[in-house]
Each structure stands twice: as C-alpha cells, then as structure tokens.
Design a protein around this ligand. Structure first.
Ligand code: ARG
Length: 458
C-alpha cells in the first residue's frame, strides 16, 4: 500500500523498516476511540465552516459504517497499514471518495494518537475501578463473616499478638480503597483533550477545541499545544497506580499461599481456583495466587519501560512515543486479568477457624496483654515487660503456655499476680479489650466494616 506521505519520497520504505515502524498490530485496539474522536472532530470542522455540512454527513456515515463493520467483523484490519489512524482514514476515502481526505484538516496524527490513548485508557481505568470495588466488597463480606475468627497476627512472620481474621482482611480493604482513589485522582488530571494541538504548534484554521473536548466528555483542553502532543504523564501515573494495585494483590497472594499450606492451613481454596501436580497426586497448588504474585513483575516492568522511554525525549512528538502503548496495554490488561480471577478466588476461599485459633494459642501471643495486666495494676511497663519475658522463657523450658502456668508460679515473679490474670490473657479478652480506634477489637472491626460499606455505596 502506498504511504500517505509517499509524495516527498523517491523510494518506498524498506519492508523490514516498514514492519518495524508499523503499530497497527497493537493500536488497532483503539479503533473505537479513533473513530469516535474523528466523528467529533468532523462535527466541529463543519460547525466552524471548515468543511461543509454535507461533507460532514458523508464523513460521519462513512466512519459509522467502518465502525459497524469492524465491530461485526465484516471489515478486517489491514495489517499493512502503518497504524490505526492511517487505516481508518484510508478506508474512509475508499468508501466515500475524496471527501474522506478532508477529515484530517486541522489535525495531525500526533494529537490524534494522544487523544485516542486518553479515551482508551479512561474507559479501561473506569473498568478497573469497578473491579476494585467488587474486590473490596468481596473482602469486606469475608471480614464480616469472620469477625469471631481469632488468629495470630504476625510481625517478622513470627506470631505476635492475637487478631481476628476480619481485622486482617480489612487491612486489604484499606489498601484497595487507596488504589481506587489513586485512579480517580489520575483520571481527573488526565481528563483534558489534546485534540487541536495538531502537529505541535496549533493551527491557522478557526477551530473550536472546547467543542470537541466537551463532546468527548473531557473537562477542558490541554492548554499548550506542545504539551498536548508530548504529554504521557498520565500513562506513567496510571502505570504507577497499576504497580501499586499489583503490589497489594501480590502481598495478599503471598499470604493466601502461606495460609493454604499444610504448615498453616488457615484457609482452603476452592478447587476451581487451584491446580494439581503432574506427578504428586496429593498436591493442590495455589497457582492463581502465585501467578498474580508473578505478574506483578511485568507491571513494574511496564512502568519502568515508559519512564525510561520518556526520559530523554526532546519536545514535541518523537516516534519513541509509539512505545507507550504496548507497555500501558500490557499493564492494564494484566491488572484486569488478575482482578478477574482474584475476586472469585476470594469469594470462594473458606477460612478454617479452628486452625487459626489453634495457632493463636501457641507462640505466647498474649504476652503483651500479660505485661499490660501488671502495668494496669501499677507496675511501670518496662519492668512488667522484663518480668513477662522471664516468665515466657520459663514456660518455654517447661513446654507450657502462659495460661497453663500456676498462680503460685506466677507469684514467684511478682505478688501483683492474682487469679484474674487468666481471664485477662484469654484470647477472647485480648481481642475484646482492644478498644483503640482501628484496632482488632470487635467494636473497631464493626466500625471498619461500616466505613467500607458506606464508601462502596458512594
Ligand atoms: N503510530 C504513532 C504512535 O503510536 C502515531 C503517531 C505518528 N505520528 C508521526 N508523526 N509519525 O505514536
């Protein structure tokens, strides 16, 4: 196919160079946005008397028929086209003749591609926000059902203090809520139309950029034409937000992998989200969680790739910028695929409360509460901490837990100890006495569930 820009050249582009240069195999994804943007542009051209009303009608009909045929599959993408923009324009001229050649008036592919990518990513981000909200809801529901499930809370992966499974799950709700607000925040900043920036310097035609911006649901236009065609900040912002989402899903996955091991057995994953081994008949592997954890790396890679591509670019458009799309498409699709499998995996995950509780009875996770017991009876915390440390060491030697030590033995360490210590260090008391805001206490967990529920209603 002859290039649109062939007039200036004496020789055709080398075949390999042509393939190297072409982006249609990935930017064809944006065909709907490309056509939508062109329809809006053509409408503006006619309303500003740059093209006639009847020319607009012809262009609109042609573009709509292309859209229908691409949607239905009646029209295939021409993989010899340089990119989606060239393909649609060539197809339009094929269908409606010379009028098709008027569409590109007061526009360049530089502002066109900038527009298409913003429109495409805006829709994708809204899709991701809905998926995140669905996940937050699923995690919150799991928390609501497991407010009484006591388990060990960990630091350094060592049993630390008793918590409820609900409190642990709600921590993920808070992370995912921040992920939603980060995307919403980025959407606000990116929602300006670059169209009409043209190649880089604007145009001599009396265009109306605001009209196009409004028609396409933007909050306004990019205020500087050079910035309009050169800005890919939003790609990096979105990729950073995607990287954080993946980091959260990856930490969650890591815990699910641990929890479903025989060493923990705190949860049982549903058969439909686990796989078997080709050789070991007993295996039930948490592949979905592992893949989510694994795919985090490629999303980080996409962020790094875009940051690096943009780093040394002089203003305005450079062909390097064509590299923006594969990275952000990959990051975005990875996040979507991960969320789509993560959500049902969470919904069907069954906690095993007895095992959580059994693990909580070991590891002296009520030692802080024993120290607090002494402190509340007047002993300075540091002294109480030291005494309890000695008691723990004695228990380890005797292979008993804190509640198995006799009151007589306790009294050898301090005569402050009375028989009420046993209720004070019971796991249920450890939870119910956590009264600070945001704590694992039953009331606090209810408050958190309420908070998440309210946010999801908005
Ligand atoms: N395929 C190109 C891209 O994705 C479109 C813009 C081309 N502009 C140009 N001046 N060659 O960036």
């Amino acid at each position: 196919m002859e290039k649109m820009w062939a007039g200036r050249f004496e020789k055709a582009l080398d075949k390999q160079a042509d393939d190297f240069n072409s982006s249609i195999h990935f930017d064809k994804k944006m065909y709907k946005e490309d056509i939508k943007g062109s329809l809006s542009h053509a409408l503006m051209l006619s309303s500003c008397n740059i093209i006639s009303e009847s020319e607009y009608q012809k262009i609109a009909e042609g573009l709509n028929s292309i859209l229908d045929d691409l949607n239905s599959g009646a029209l295939a993408f021409d993989m010899d086209a340089e990119d989606i923009h060239m393909f649609v324009e060539a197809e339009l001229t094929k269908r409606i003749g010379d009028t098709g050649k008027r569409l590109h008036t007061a526009r360049s592919r530089n502002d066109q591609v900038a527009l298409d990518l913003r429109l495409y990513m805006r829709a994708q981000v809204n899709n991701i926000i809905s998926l995140l909200k669905e996940l937050i809801g699923a995690v919150k529901d799991k928390a609501e059902e497991n407010q009484d499930a006591i388990m060990p809370g960990y630091t350094h992966l060592q049993r630390a203090q008793p918590i409820t499974f609900a409190q642990h799950l709600l921590a993920y709700c808070m992370m995912l809520i921040r992920d939603v607000t980060r995307l919403e925040d980025a959407l606000k900043r990116m929602n300006y139309s670059p169209l009409g920036s043209c190649a880089l310097a604007g145009t001599t035609y009396p265009t109306n950029r605001d009209m196009v911006a409004k028609d396409l649901g933007f909050d306004g236009v990019c205020m500087n034409s050079i910035d309009g065609v050169s800005d890919r900040d939003y790609c990096i912002e979105l990729e950073s937000a995607f990287a954080l989402i993946m980091m959260h899903l990856s930490r969650f996955s890591e815990e699910i992998i641990l929890w479903s091991s025989w060493e923990f057995k705190f949860v049982e994953l549903d058969d439909s989200y686990t796989t078997g081994s080709s050789i070991m008949p007993q295996k039930k592997n948490p592949d979905m969680a592992e893949l989510v954890r694994g795919k985090t790396g490629r999303v980080y890679g996409d962020l790094m790739a875009t940051l690096t591509t943009l780093k040394g670019l002089p203003l305005a458009y450079n062909k390097d910028m064509q590299e923006d799309k594969e990275a952000i498409f990959d990051a975005c699709e990875t996040v979507i695929k991960c969320l789509e499998v993560f959500i049902p995996m969470i919904k069907t995950m069954a906690p095993i409360k007895e095992n959580m509780y059994a693990a909580a009875t070991k590891g002296f996770i009520n030692a802080t509460d024993l120290a607090d017991y002494l402190t509340k009876k007047g002993m300075p915390f540091r002294s109480a901490y030291k005494i309890v440390g000695t008691i723990v060491s004695e228990c380890i030697k005797k292979n008993i837990t804190l509640d198995q030590m006799s009151l007589d033995d306790y009294k050898k360490h301090s005569d402050i100890f009375e028989s009420d210590l046993y209720t004070e260090i019971s796991l249920e008391t450890c939870i119910s006495k956590r009264i600070s805001k945001g704590s694992t206490g039953y009331e606090s967990v209810k408050e958190q569930i309420q908070y998440v529920t309210e946010l999801l209603k908005q």
